[in-house]
Ligand binder design. Structure first.
Ligand code: ADP
Ligand code: MG
Length: 442
């Protein structure tokens, strides 16, 4: 029987393969496995914002790698443990103190001002955030950035944090509304409200993402009001984000609505086509994709929603390019548009894709995931791998793992093969079409 530690080491290994050495070290190098219970584990990161980041960005991946290693589902909680103290009541638990900052003096992922593409739709928010990062506590206080999903709110608030963290010796507290709430509740439960308040009193810069989640949370709002006033009186900079203006957040305390309104509010609108093109071009460099102008314009015209979708589109393009030998051209993109654009529906999960494939070919899950080499099974397996790669952008090693620990080169070979015959072989064409259609993705 494998121990939890071994499984954890194994799943970290696949996370590393997926993220690459640099990104992995940035977020996971000092993350440890905490409590282990039946069907549930606790993962601990030293810093609160690191825990938030992992929770927001990597939780599904962690769950997936864990369940791949054990063939069972697991619930994962990610906590910050106050830099190894393991005691959530340590007053400075999630503060980036001066010392910690020196240890942790890195920008938050790619979310910097330099990486933010400015256009009409976000110029005002960008300029406001930059002003705050340059002269905290002076001009716009509090700053509230608001706008729809995937438009860059988290990017900008992180950019403020990392800019200030690099430039000045300030105590910065960067968190999400959910973490603030959890933290508050746990202090109340431990009768340590004074510690909670003392902790916030020490903050020079308070950054809280997604405050719309406080809708109808009366107690949390009340406590936040208290924190807000304490910091405001001391002219400490505060930045918040929300998916809508404060007066539209259901049951947000009138006093808070008025505090926010007295500060500076900047909205982010959905990007216009020129901005989308600029973002695609900038991001394509990061993705290592050579993106011709006509393709960038074509895709920008077809994606009308948010920037996260633009990124998803690039991930899938990069996946396509891995097994096409040709350069990216508009014809290719038009022919494969179904799998490159985000579907109208929610994307299927990898489980759904695999399940649909086995139903289509009428084979068993254990067969497709297993080692049998019978032609029909091997073919179904290759089709499933190809679909995971092109629709979800799942990495080759990760796909390999989902199919009984196969090597990434085997997966690449499978994808190339299916891709190659998908345009020439009518049967494959039809198989792919029917399967995609079964989960509403054709
Ligand atoms: P939100 O918090 O508003 O839902 P995010 O800040 O998480 O959105 O943005 C979604 C993704 O799009 C992130 O990866 C972010 O880096 C990227 N993004 C958003 N706006 C821009 C921009 N103007 N330039 C570059 N990348 C952007
Ligand atoms: Mg966000």
């Amino acid at each position: 029987m494998e121990t939890a530690e071994t499984i954890w080491t194994q799943s970290l290994k696949s996370v590393k393969e997926r993220l690459g050495q640099k990104e992995f070290e940035r977020w996971f190098s000092n993350v440890v496995l905490g409590r282990v219970e039946e069907g549930r584990i606790v993962v601990e990161a030293p810093l609160a914002y690191q825990a938030d980041w992992i929770r927001t960005n990597y939780l599904p991946l962690l769950r997936q790698t864990w369940s791949d290693a054990t063939s069972s589902e697991i619930e994962i909680e990610i906590h910050s443990n106050g830099n190894g103290h393991g005691d959530t009541n340590v007053p400075t638990e999630s503060l980036l103190s001066k010392q910690q900052k020196q240890m942790d003096d890195r920008p938050v992922g790619q979310h910097t001002f330099e990486n933010f593409v400015v256009g009409n739709s976000n110029q005002f928010a960008y300029a406001s955030a930059l002003a705050v990062a340059t002269e905290p506590g002076r001009k716009y206080n509090p700053l509230l950035l608001y706008g729809g999903v995937g438009l860059g709110k988290t990017h900008l608030i992180h950019a403020v944090g990392s800019h200030l963290g690099r430039e000045r010796a300030l105590t910065i507290h960067m968190t999400t509304s959910q973490s603030f709430e959890q933290d508050f509740i746990s202090h109340v439960r431990n009768r340590a409200l004074d510690d909670f308040r003392a902790k916030y009193k020490k903050v020079d810069v308070l950054l809280i993402d997604d405050i719309h989640f406080w809708a109808r949370k009366e107690q949390t709002q009340q406590e936040f009001y208290f924190v807000f006033n304490t910091l405001f009186e001391r002219r400490k900079q505060m930045v918040f984000t929300s998916d809508r203006p404060p007066n539209e957040i259901p049951d947000l305390d009138e006093r808070l609505v008025s505090r926010f309104s007295m500060g500076h509010m900047a909205d982010i609108q959905p990007p216009d086509i020129e901005t989308k093109v600029a973002i695609l071009q900038k991001k394509s460099e990061q993705f290592g994709v050579q993106l011709p102008d006509d393709v960038a314009f074509f895709l920008s015209g077809r994606i009308n929603s948010n920037i996260r979708d633009l990124e998803g589109c690039l991930t899938r393009l990069a996946a396509h390019l891995e097994f096409t030998q040709q350069d990216l051209c508009l014809d290719y993109v038009k022919t494969n548009i179904d799998t490159i654009l985000p579907g109208r529906k929610e994307k299927p999960t990898s489980d759904e894709i695999i399940r649909t494939v086995i139903q289509h070919f009428n084979i068993k899950l254990t067969d497709i995931k297993g080692q049998r080499r019978i032609k029909s099974i091997a073919y179904a397996r290759q089709v499933a791998m190809y679909l995971l790669r092109t629709i979800l952008g799942t990495s080759l090693p990760e796909i390999g793992m989902q199919f009984g620990g196969r090597d990434h080169s085997t997966v690449l070979h499978a994808c190339r093969k299916i891709h190659g015959i998908s345009t020439t072989d009518d049967r494959t064409k039809k198989d792919l079409h029917d399967i995609r259609k079964a989960f509403g993705y054709a």
